[in-house]
Design a protein around this ligand. Sequence first.
Ligand code: ATP
Ligand code: MG
Length: 218
Amino acid sequence: MSILEIEGLTFSYSKKEEPVLNDFSMSIEKGEVVGILGRSGSGKSTLLRLISGLEMPSKGTIKVAGTTVVSDRIYLHPENRGVGMVFQDYALFPHMTVKNNILFGLSRLPRNERNQRVGEMLELVKLESFENRYPHELSGGQQQRVALARALAPKPSILLMDEPFSNLDADLKESIREELGVILNKANMTCILVTHDRNDAEAICDRSLMLGLNIINE
Ligand code: ATP
Ligand code: MG
C-alpha cells in the first residue's frame, strides 16, 4: 500500500483560468523522499497545499495511508491528515519562544518525551542556544530553521517541505540537508521536498518529479 496516493487531481484558483493542476496523479511509498522540481508558477506549492488540506480540488482523490482524505464526498480537516508542512512563506508564532514554537505540535506526545524531542530538533537545526529567544530576535535563516524543526518535531507520517533551505547559506544548507536525510531515513519518514535546486533533490531524494512537464527522473 502506498502511503500517499493521488489520482486525477484537478485544481484552478479561478474558473476563468487554466487549471494549475490538470488530472494529476502520483503515488509515494512509505519512507520515500520525493523531490518536486519545476519552473516558478508550475504548481508546486499548490500541490502541497492540496495534500495538506489548505485548498480543495475540483476533481480527484487523495489517500493518506489508505484513508481517503479528499474525494468528491470527503474532505478531512488538515489537522487530522497526519501531514506536516513547512511553508514557502513559513511563519512562526511571534509571541512564543523558539522552544514553544516547536512544542506547539507535540501535545499528543507524552510529557516526558516532549522536551527531549525539542532538544533533538534544536540540535538538527543547530539552534541549541536559541530555545528561549523570540522569532523577532532571529535572522531569516534561523527562523526558517525553527519552521523546519517545528514541522519535523511531531514526526508526521508525511512531511511536506516547500523550499525549506531557501534562506540558508551554502555550508549550513549542506549540513542540515545531510542530517535531515539521516533523520528521515532513521524514522522511515515519507517526505516531499519542493525545491528549485537540483542539488537538494539529488542530495536527499530517492527520485524527483518535474511539474509542468510530467518527466520523472529516477
Ligand atoms: P514558485 O516556484 O514560484 O514557488 P510554484 O510552482 O510553487 O512556484 P504555485 O504557487 O503553486 O507555483 O502557483 C501556481 C499558479 O497558480 C501560478 O500561476 C500562480 O500565479 C497561481 N496562484 C498561486 N496562488 C494563487 C492564489 N492564491 N490565487 C490565484 N492564483 C494563484
Ligand atoms: Mg511555490
